[in-house]
Design a protein. Structure first.
Length: 975
């Protein structure tokens, strides 16, 4: 009896042995296109008849291949016509760690949506290979009624030998949503069944090449490359550029330029037999681990990495080449030099592009058993011999397909699969087949199968300790394992969870990684939000996440944790990352400019530098900066190109490194690195005009441009403009990172519990004096005894209103009687309501993009302008956003309204939006945010940082708002 993908834990049957990805001149017929398709609710599918040649499929849907059927219009079982399954329980389902099927390995439920596919095609290829680049979760394949076999391993290539007949052929494929293979594919992502990558028929003539293995070593001491191309056919290797013609299996040693991600030097050539020619793209390089450091070509290498899933908001994991290229260009333009292919091998085109454009790749296998955590890891496949063939098959298919890619420098065996002896066998197989690349496996605390020590989401202190090789010893490991692990290089496979607003602390992580040679870099989690473009009942387009589908379990919003939004627009976090990762460091030296080449392989000759001097944000000088060419690691100090003038104010110097010429990844003029610092700063002199005394009116008090309610002391008009506030504000709409995992990190839950989201105000005194107005207000939460007492002292000089604020925290803010913990306050500042006619902001301070105390690298000090609407960052889950730090002055303007000016002397941060923080918090999706008819302006003395606690450590203490008396001054003027 045949095995099937449902009755066996084996990886497949009838398949060809895995082999290298090859660009070949063998005739290749794409079988992509529109196929016939029928969706059924169980594994029985449409019945047995559909494989027959003469089966009548004219009543079936058609579907494009490649695609996921859950993202295409198809007819659900029982329905009478095709429709989109998006947003339904038959559509894309998102789980994080949970299996959507019972944890009963290797069984799967009867409810097993099954797609039957049929394609009629003509061909004159008489003998060939039928290749599926990816089918989720399994495929059984028939050609002209003959069963070829079956396969599992969704993101891995499968080939079958075929003998098509001349003319018309019928290909039939049955795909089940769930199979025993599902137990090995519990990555944190959408479950997206279907034939989702290319299907091809490749001709095989006698004497063609089955497999080839390029060994292209580089000796950095001699500058010589050694090339040997193994092939299983008598073939000739030709590399014209190197004047090389040699037989497969022969070795040649020649002077070459090495390959690196910084300088992706490829030598093109061919491997040819009489009947086939395969394109070679050879990169000479050597990856070694020496004395606990990762080296490439003898030099320590540092990964400025991201984790990348294949994701498109309409097409799921069916990516076209343009999208892959776009990702790579976007990465390169943001100073990213490495990718971990979390958590499966990508489409082969992606790796070809990495070879060509230059990215280091940690290629990860399609293997994750995370959901066994719900069984206490009982029955976890890595511990079970019956799963070994399937696990090994996955490793073999990854390594065999991609062994010739110079960009791939590390094999990652799996993600989040805990431990088990099967990993010994996988490791042994890789070491034997490809000793040229080190192996990573993060989750086994003994690290016995890994050439790297690696963890996810450490806090800064732990990362420091790791850098010093003084980390805590993991539980349950032997002395020997512990001692060995301490000798390994450290690779931070995931950090800085980019969910919602954030991540913060990127500069802290980078600084630590750079200061410890043991650490070979890190990979931010993750590249792109996995959301789908969807439309709500009212016709509003929005980004759908797991929680938008009526299905349980679901991983909610945790799929929205990328540096790019789902539509591939870069988020502020990506700009911050680019600024932190810059490959050339530019900073202040004693009376000079310090420039350091932080690259590992190339000098700075591709860059030109320029400087800019600004006084109060206005350009007063600038030009080219002559910087000597710096070798990797080399630094130079240059004299200051300019000096501040005598005038008081802010004198800022900016030095930029720009690409000299067009490259494969960015145009000439592209900004690569930037440094900015103050040469001189003096606070504006106190106003020297004449003090104005308050004037009493009917229930009101006038003070300069201000009109106050005499009873409450509230400012009610400013220059005739009706205003609400300013009132003390201690709250912000929680970010995803404020809703961190674990009791300690879920600050938003504490805020709600102690009522920060429902502050009430009571005026305790209004004193009208000769020199102004003093208003005392108590702000407290319903239910609770803690409070903040604010004294607002208003005075006026000429036409400018001065407000000094003092805040005291009174009552039990620490160790609250109710929760026995300290209350963390996200914000300390003033909130004002202004007429909705205000639409434009201009400011001098950090911008143009948002900034928080732990993420200021991407913003620059200068004069910036924006509409109120554009100040918002449209996070798919509404939350605090759009803060601007370090503001010296801000003006708000609106048609027909006087311009309002807010000035220091103290620097402040501001947000301005058309809804309150409370409305921002209540909104589930951006379309829930409606214009309140007012502009809500926050002028903050402090706001806590962002962090990355959604999955990660608590926000460091220094980025919190201290609960101590605070005083500051802000001035108001009206034009
Ligand atoms: C880690 C996973 O490897 C990754 O796929 C993703 O789920 C990430 O977390 C969080 O978004 S595993 C977790 C236990 C830290």
């Amino acid at each position: 009896m045949h095995t099937t993908p449902l009755n066996s834990v084996l990886p497949g049957e009838g398949r060809r042995a895995p082999r290298a990805d090859a660009v070949t001149d063998a005739r290749t017929q794409s079988l992509n296109g529109r196929w016939r398709f029928r969706l059924s609710p169980t594994a029985a599918g449409s019945g047995g008849g559909f494989v027959a040649d003469d089966f009548d499929d004219t009543a079936w849907d058609t579907i494009r291949v490649p695609s996921h059927w859950v993202l295409e219009p198809v007819t659900p079982p029982g329905a009478d016509g095709p429709r989109s399954l998006l947003g339904t329980a038959d559509g894309p389902l998102y789980t994080n760690t949970a299996f959507p099927i019972p944890l009963d390995p290797p069984h799967i439920p009867e409810e097993n949506p099954t797609g039957d596919y049929r394609l009629e095609f003509d061909t004159d290829i008489a003998a060939g290979v039928l290749r599926f680049q990816g089918v989720d979760s399994c495929a059984t394949v028939w050609l002209n009624g003959e069963r070829l076999g079956w396969t599992t391993g969704s993101r891995l290539q499968t080939e079958f030998d075929v003998r098509p007949r001349p003319g018309r052929n019928v290909l039939a494929v049955r795909v089940h949503r769930w199979s025993p293979g599902t137990y090995l594919e519990d990555q944190d992502m959408w479950w997206l069944p279907g034939i989702f990558r290319d299907v091809e028929l490749i001709e095989r003539l006698p004497g063609t090449i089955d497999d080839h293995f390029v060994h292209a070593d580089y000796n950095h001491q001699t500058g010589l490359g050694t090339l040997r191309v193994d092939a299983d056919a008598a073939a000739v290797v030709t590399i014209p550029e190197l004047d090389l013609v040699l037989a497969a299996g022969e070795t040649a040693t020649v002077a070459v330029e090495p390959w690196s991600a910084e300088s992706p030097r490829l030598y093109r050539g061919t491997l040819a037999t009489g009947t086939e020619s395969v394109t070679l793209a050879i990169g000479f390089r050597r990856v070694t681990i020496d004395d606990g450091r990762l080296l490439v070509n003898g030099a320590p290498v540092f990964f400025r990495g991201v984790n990348r899933h294949e994701q498109d908001w309409e097409r799921g994991r069916t990516l076209d080449r343009d999208t892959m290229l776009r990702d790579i260009l976007e990465m390169k333009r943001h100073n990213i030099n490495a990718v971990r292919t979390s958590h499966y091998p990508p489409h082969p085109d992606f790796l070809r592009l990495c070879d060509e454009i230059g990215l280091w790749v940690v290629e990860e296998c399609d293997l994750e058993t995370h959901g066994f955590i719900y069984a206490g890891w009982e029955g976890n496949p890595p511990t079970e011999p019956q799963w070994l063939p399937a696990m090994l098959d996955r490793i073999q298919r990854m390594v065999e397909r991609d062994k010739n890619r110079p960009s791939v420098v590390i094999w990652s065996m799996a993600n989040e699969s805990w431990t088990g002896a099967n990993f010994d066998a996988l490791e042994a197989w890789i070491r034997d087949r490809d000793p040229s690349r080190p192996i990573l496996y993060e989750r086994d605390p003994s690290y016995r199968n890994s050439d790297f020590y690696s963890v996810m989401y450490p806090d800064l202190e732990r990362l420091e300790a790791i850098g010093r090789r003084e980390e805590e010893r993991p539980d349950g490991v032997s002395d020997e394992e512990d001692a060995r692990r301490r000798t390994l290089p450290f690779l931070l496979c995931e950090y800085a969870h980019a969910m919602g607003n954030g991540p913060g602390s990127l500069h802290d992580y980078h600084r630590i990684m750079r200061s410890h040679p043991r650490i070979c870099g890190g990979f931010v989690w993750e590249w792109i939000d996995h959301g789908f473009r969807h439309v709500d009942g009212a016709g509003n387009e929005f980004v759908m996440h797991g929680g938008d589908v009526a299905y349980r379990p679901n991983g909610g919003r945790y799929c929205l944790d990328g540096l790019l939004f789902a539509d591939r627009t870069p988020g502020p976090g990506l700009a911050e990352l680019a600024a932190v990762l810059q490959p050339v460091e530019i900073g202040a030296a004693d009376d000079g400019v310090l420039i350091r080449n932080a690259q590992d392989f190339v000098d700075t000759s591709s860059l030109r530098f320029e400087w800019l001097l600004e006084h109060d944000g206005v350009r007063v000088g600038g030009g080219d900066l002559a910087v000597p060419v710096l070798a990797p690691g080399e630094a130079a100090t240059l004299p200051l190109p300019a000096h501040p003038g005598a005038a008081p104010g802010d004198w800022w110097l900016t030095v930029r490194g720009l690409q000299r010429e067009d490259t494969a990844w960015a145009p000439a003029g592209h900004l690569v690195a930037r440094g900015q610092w103050a040469l001189a700063r003096t606070a504006p002199a106190p106003a020297a005009g004449s003090p104005v005394a308050p004037r009493q009116g009917d229930g009101v008090v006038f003070l300069g441009p201000g009109e106050f309610d005499a009873a409450s002391g509230a400012l009610i008009r400013l220059g005739g403009v009706p205003v609400d506030g300013p009132r003390l504000d201690l709250y912000r709409a929680p970010t995803e990172n404020d809703r961190g995992q674990g009791e300690r990190n879920n600050l938003a839950a504490v805020w709600t519990a102690v009522g920060l989201d429902r502050l009430q105000h009571r005026t305790d005194g209004v004193r009208i004096r000769d020199d102004g107005l003093e208003v005392v207000v108590r702000t407290s939460s319903s239910t609770h005894p803690h409070a903040a007492d604010t004294v607002l002292r208003w005075s006026c000089v000429d036409d400018v209103l001065h407000l000094s604020v003092t805040v005291d925290f009174v009552g039990p803010w620490r160790d609250t009687p109710y929760m026995h913990r300290d209350i963390v306050v996200p914000r300390l500042g003033l909130r004002l309501g202004l007429p909705g006619g205000y639409g434009r902001a201009e400011w001098f301070g950090l911008g143009p993009q948002e900034s928080y105390v732990d993420s200021t690298a991407a913003a620059v000090v200068g004069r910036h302008a924006s509409t109120i609407d554009d100040l918002q960052v449209d996070y798919p889950t509404p939350q605090e956003n759009g803060n601007r730090m370090g503001t010296r002055w801000l003006t708000l303007a609106g048609d027909g309204l006087p311009t309002l000016r807010f000035l220091g002397p103290d620097e402040f941060a501001f947000t301005a939006r058309r809804w309150t923080s409370e409305a921002l918090e209540r909104a589930r999706h951006p379309q829930d945010l409606v214009d309140s008819g007012r502009v809500w302006l926050n002028l903050d003395h402090a706001q806590q940082g962002i962090g990355s606690a959604s999955v990660g450590p608590a926000l460091p203490e220094r980025y919190r708002v201290p609960l101590t008396r605070a005083s500051w001054t802000v001035t108001f003027a009206v034009d």
